[in-house]
Design a protein around this ligand. Structure first.
Ligand SMILES: Nc1ncnc2c1ncn2[C@@H]1O[C@H](COP(=O)(O)OP(=O)(O)O)[C@@H](O)[C@H]1O
Ligand SMILES: [Mg+2]
Length: 278
């Protein structure tokens, strides 16, 4: 029995790995036909990331250099240094998150910023889009805020490395154009729950100024959340355990007018931020 179980486990694992390589080829070829459903499995995820890296490594060096330069161009030297954090908030909104949380900690090689949200999980089709400049899965979706595929790149203004944890996908960039699996992050009480949350871990630049970041957060008013439909709470957990919160409350949508066709439906709702109503 044990031997039989071992054999069928082995077959199951091999099937998942084959499926992962197929999925990677399709994503890199932009072949939307017959994309496999995401099995949300650790064996699949690891092989998917490995295969994406292999395929990237096989692109001509000249093209890799162009991708790297595109990444630098996308960093946006003339945007606010913390614009990347706003981009993560918008990506969380696109994944219908309710809450976005930020904290800082001392990492193994540098200070780190952790940003987590409780929206829809990372799927395999998002993995390379999160690492490569100018790759977006949102081009055809007018309801989503992103489009150009450069939002996350603006994080590079403040960090030297970006890791993404959306179980079972745990990955980060490599030197040059590549992607590598990273070790999963443990749960962090009242901050990150691996079963439901997506987490970004950023290795911050040596000159990162914690007090200037905290001040930026304090000055960022609740109004910044008004135009988000899903994210209602944006909080910063300070290293001393205090939490600063930006939050809004929204009423349900109320119909003002409906014509026979749903196309001309007018609705209203009130969003409250502090003592202001919209
Ligand atoms: N929290 C997330 N969950 C899943 N996928 C994400 C998340 N954030 C970003 N992505 C993926 O990474 C891509 C690039 O994000 P970004 O650089 O902000 O550009 P854009 O939002 O314009 O597409 C997105 O199109 C999406 O596929
Ligand atoms: Mg975006």
């Amino acid at each position: 029995m044990a031997t039989f179980a071992a054999i069928s486990d082995h077959d199951g694992a091999e099937t998942l790995r084959t499926l992962a390589r197929l999925a990677a080829h399709k994503i890199l070829s932009k072949d939307k036909q017959g994309l496999p459903a995401d099995p949300r499995d650790a064996i699949f995820a690891a092989e998917y990331i490995r295969e994406c890296d292999r395929l990237l490594a096989n692109t001509p060096l000249l093209v890799q250099e162009a991708i790297e330069s595109a990444g630098h161009a996308a960093e946006g030297a003339n945007v606010d240094p913390y614009q990347g954090v706003v981009e993560v908030l918008q990506n969380a909104e696109d994944r219908r998150a309710r809450e976005v949380r930020v904290t800082l900690r001392d990492g193994p090689t540098s200070k780190q910023m952790l940003i987590t949200h409780n929206g829809l999980p990372v799927e395999y089709e998002h993995v390379l889009a999160m690492m490569l400049p100018f790759v977006s899965t949102k081009r055809d979706d007018a309801d989503l805020r992103g489009r150009f595929g450069i939002g996350l790149k603006t994080l590079r203004r403040i960090c030297t490395d970006i890791q993404v944890h959306g179980a079972p996908y745990h990955f980060g960039s490599t030197a040059g154009v590549g992607i590598r699996e990273r070790e999963a992050e443990e749960a962090i009480a009242e901050f990150y729950e691996p079963a439901t949350d997506t987490l970004l871990v950023l290795d911050l630049e040596g000159d990162f100024d914690t007090s200037s970041f905290e001040q930026w957060f304090e000055e960022w008013t609740d109004d910044g959340l008004i135009f988000l439909d899903h994210v209602r709470r944006f909080e910063l957990k300070h290293e001393d355990g205090r939490t600063s919160v930006r939050a809004t409350k929204a009423t349900a949508w109320v119909d003002l007018q409906i014509r026979d066709d749903e196309l001309t439906r007018l609705q209203r709702r009130t969003v409250t931020a502090g003592d202001r109503h919209y």
